[in-house]
Ligand binder design. Structure first.
Ligand SMILES: [Zn+2]
Length: 108
């Protein structure tokens, strides 16, 4: 079996709540699986394009984690508010580039 390239209009699941859709010959976007909202270009980190909430570990029931060490960052779909991902973040490094997926569209 050879590698089959995606056709325009096809979608590929990349994450529990996210798909990559081929919109054009060289155009790929990340979309929410729940509501179909286009979040960003597939080469970008979707987390930079969705709203997030910072939660204190105590609020979530973690009694031995201090918010000075770690906070929980919850990423949501901007349209349907599905919780896409939760990251544990060092609050002193708020701008870290937390990628859990990286899509190389050249092969698609
Ligand atoms: Zn959505």
């Amino acid at each position: 079996m050879g590698v089959q390239k995606m056709k325009v209009g096809e979608r590929m699941r990349i994450h529990e709540y996210l798909d990559v859709v081929k919109k054009g010959e060289h155009e790929f976007v990340v979309v929410c699986r729940e509501c179909g909202t286009e979040i960003c270009d597939a080469s970008e980190n979707y987390k930079l394009h969705v709203p997030y909430a910072v939660r204190d570990p105590v609020e979530l029931g973690y009694r031995y984690v201090r918010k000075e060490w770690n906070v929980y960052r919850e990423y949501y779909c901007p349209t349907c508010a599905t919780l896409l991902q939760v990251d544990v973040v060092n609050p002193k490094e708020p701008e870290q580039d937390l990628r859990d997926i990286e899509v190389f569209v050249d092969g698609l």
